[in-house]
Design a protein around this ligand. Structure first.
Ligand code: FAD
Length: 565
């Protein structure tokens, strides 16, 4: 493909991903006066895990006792892998940003005293507002423009390349710093808003040497109607569960009940008959309207009819793992590369417990804000050094076998490199990629492999994934459509291998069940560390204990306070 089919841009900060984390990163970077570009695989405002649903948040007024309790509870439930000062930071920043959102005109529900209920954001309104604010701040937004690979030189990351799907073109952006905010990885398990989340940012980061942390904490499945995608599990708290003949089963949505029953080939039907008055039903409908859509369309009254359930894998989306961050402004171990939201590890605030339910959405806001500011300052500080760079493409897996070529120096001197795929569409390639994805899903989605984890079972699956890995490298890509899907397959294969490698390195059960082994049902004090994985061909494992002093001091202080009482 010739150069007129590549669009070149320069920016101080490039943000990859337009969920809440990316939107906050772009907005915050722009507030410093930086020139910012945001690219999204879908559409900033409706893409990703938050946009079609909504999120509860860790919003607490500045009351020290309330905050201390919140921190204490999370430290315990997260198996003491989180850091108290980071949780307090998040509480402070969420408070500031939600005030901002209200000033921008978000219609918070008010209580009888007229106070805004800031602990929940409705996805569509929230993300439409974020799009408006991001654009108002002067950020250039490229929708339907997935990033495929980063650009690097000896100074670190200096931009990225991707495709403009609707124009059948490529983009290349040279930037002083890059924020990866591509969300988590849900392995195309069809949860609403999650099929764009294929771990692309993890792969791009790892290709330039970034590390990942907490990948073992990813044993996360959500109940959903068998024939639709919304995974609003909390609503199922209003349900009674039945078998196919209408006999009551007696379980609830929590714990292992659903997983055990589905694993043994049994069906589970739900009926939300605990919401037994028109008033309760109306409240549920107005709070989570999207949950009801597929049932309404199918003519099912969820309050009086039974509907079949399944469990959808959510991977790292409501897990805790992601790119390791090593600075207060969410910098990774690679200069010029920042990570935010589900693309980053959330262990520093969630520990080993799921962040879905308040922590992850709060983290997206805060890590977005910090990474945007951090990236903008980095780009400014290093501007003279970064002005004239010979950047190389870092992408390797799932891209055409052609060797990497030099990237552009600036907008006026486009490089001679050409797009790796051609524009022809090869149905055969599509089939091969689909088969590869299916093979990855076969190792990562089944309850018997990933929910009920055993050491031997995970080892077997990891061996199969390692065998698949060479196929990922040598996919034949012929079109823009193919290259996006081939990269997604590569990212999912890499993510699955990191998840199971980290799982095998944690021979215990820590925190609230995001990683368990049947062989090791207890928490082991000797494994009080974070597990870091890195690398693609060979995966390296190391252990981070740098936070432990902090945690021990916190525990000591708590003990003294309890004794003093
Ligand atoms: C059903 C459900 C309910 C949840 N409820 C809660 C809750 O109540 N409280 C809570 O704290 N958390 C909750 N979560 C988690 C929360 O939604 C996420 O933590 C949050 O959306 C993370 O924001 P993000 O911006 O990192 O990722 P996302 O919102 O997922 O956005 C990622 C964006 O990156 C884009 N992208 C992906 N790959 C690329 C690429 N290669 N190039 C360019 N763009 C790319 C995607 O299109 C998407 O727009 C829930 C999650 C689910 C699935």
């Amino acid at each position: 493909m010739s150069n007129e089919n590549i669009k070149y841009y320069t920016a101080d900060v490039l943000v990859i991903g337009g969920g809440p984390a990316g939107a906050w990163a772009a907005w915050s970077a722009a507030q410093t006066g930086a020139k910012v570009i945001l690219v999204d695989k879908g559409y900033l405002g409706s893409s990703g895990a938050t946009a079609p649903g909504g999120t509860n948040l860790l919003y607490l007024p500045p009351d020290q006792a309330l905050r201390d309790t919140a921190v204490d509870m999370r430290m315990n439930s997260g198996g003491f892998l989180s850091e108290p000062d980071w949780i307090y930071r998040v509480l402070d920043q969420v408070y500031i940003n939600l005030d901002r959102i209200e000033q921008w005109g978000y219609p918070f529900v008010k209580d009888e005293k007229g106070d805004a209920q800031r602990n929940h954001l409705h996805g569509p309104e929230y993300m439409a507002l974020m799009r408006k604010q991001v654009k108002k701040a002067g950020v250039t937004v490229l929708d339907h423009a997935p990033a495929l690979e980063l650009l690097v030189d000896e100074h670190g990351v200096g931009g990225a390349r991707g495709v403009l799907r609707q124009q059948n073109k490529e983009w290349e952006i040279k930037a002083g710093a890059v924020v990866i905010a591509t969300g988590g990885c849900a392995f195309l398990s069809k949860g609403l808003g999650c099929n764009v989340l294929t771990g692309d940012g993890y792969l791009m980061g790892a290709e330039v040497g970034a590390e990942l942390s907490g990948m073992e904490f990813s044993r996360q499945y959500a109940p959903s109607a068998a024939y639709s995608s919304p995974t609003r599990g909390r609503l199922l708290g209003w349900a009674t569960y039945y078998d196919e003949d209408g006999n009551e089963l007696g379980g609830d949505r929590g714990g292992d009940f659903l997983a055990k029953r589905l694993l043994n080939g049994g069906s589970v039907y739900a009926m939300m008959n605990k919401a037994d008055t028109p008033e309760k039903q109306a409240i549920l409908r107005s709070a989570h309207s999207i949950f009801f859509l597929p049932y309404d369309r199918a003519g099912i009254n969820v309050f009086t009819d039974m509907f079949p359930l399944t469990l959808r894998y959510e991977g790292t989306v409501r897990g805790t793992g992601g790119l390791r961050i090593v600075t207060d402004d969410c910098g990774t171990t690679v200069p010029g590369l920042y990570a935010a939201g589900d693309a980053a590890t959330r262990e520093r605030i969630t520990g080993a417990a799921s962040g879905g339910g308040a922590f992850n959405a709060s983290w997206a806001i805060c890590s977005g804000t910090w990474s945007g500011e951090g990236a903008a300052h980095y780009a400014k500080e290093k501007a003279s050094l970064l002005g004239d760079r010979e950047l190389q493409r870092a992408g390797k897996y799932g891209l055409h076998a052609e060797s990497t070529t030099q990237a552009t120096q600036n907008e006026d001197t486009p490089p001679t490199s050409k797009l790796r795929p051609t524009t022809s569409n090869d149905a055969q390639t599509d089939v091969v990629i689909k088969e590869l994805v299916k093979a990855i899903q076969n190792e990562i989605l089944p309850l018997e492999k990933n929910y009920f984890r055993s050491e031997s079972g995970i080892q077997e699956s990891l061996n199969s994934l390692h065998e698949l890995w060479p196929k990922v490298q040598h996919q034949k890509v012929e079109s823009i459509h193919d290259v996006v899907h081939a990269r997604e397959a590569a990212a999912m294969a890499a993510t699955a291998r990191w998840i199971y490698t980290a799982a095998l390195a944690r021979k215990e059960t820590r925190g609230r069940g995001l990683h368990t082994f049947t062989e090791y049902p207890e928490q082991d004090p000797n494994q009080h560390h974070r597990i870091i994985v890195s690398g693609l061909e060979e995966i390296q494992v190391s252990y981070d204990t740098s936070f432990i002093d902090k945690v021990e001091k916190y525990q000591e202080l708590l003990k003294k306070e309890v004794q003093a009482k």
